[in-house]
Design a protein around this ligand. Sequence first.
Ligand SMILES: [Mg+2]
Length: 99
Amino acid sequence: MKPEQRLQSQITTFLRQNDYFIIKTQSGPGTDIGTPDIITIDKHGKFLGLEIKRPDGQGTVSAEQKAVGAQIKRNGGLWYVIDSFTRFLEVIDDVEKLF
Ligand SMILES: [Mg+2]
C-alpha cells in the first residue's frame, strides 16, 4: 500500500470508529476532478472535505482541488489538505472546538 493510501485508510478508520458520516471518493469517471478524497459530516452536521497528500511533502494541490476547496468554504463547509495523521488529528481537534 502506498503511503498516501495508508494515510487515507488510517483516517477513514478513525472517522468510522467515531461515527462520522463518510464517503471515500474514487477518482476516475463519474467523479468530478478536484473532489476531495474524503468527504465527511460530523455529528453537528459540519461538512468537511479532506484532500489527502503523500506524507513526504511532495504532493501538490491541483488548481481544480483548490477551486473545489474554495467552493466548499464559500458554502459554509470546511476543507483541508492533510499530509499526516498528526495533522489530521489537529484538524479534527480544531473542528470540534467550533462547537
Ligand atoms: Mg489526494
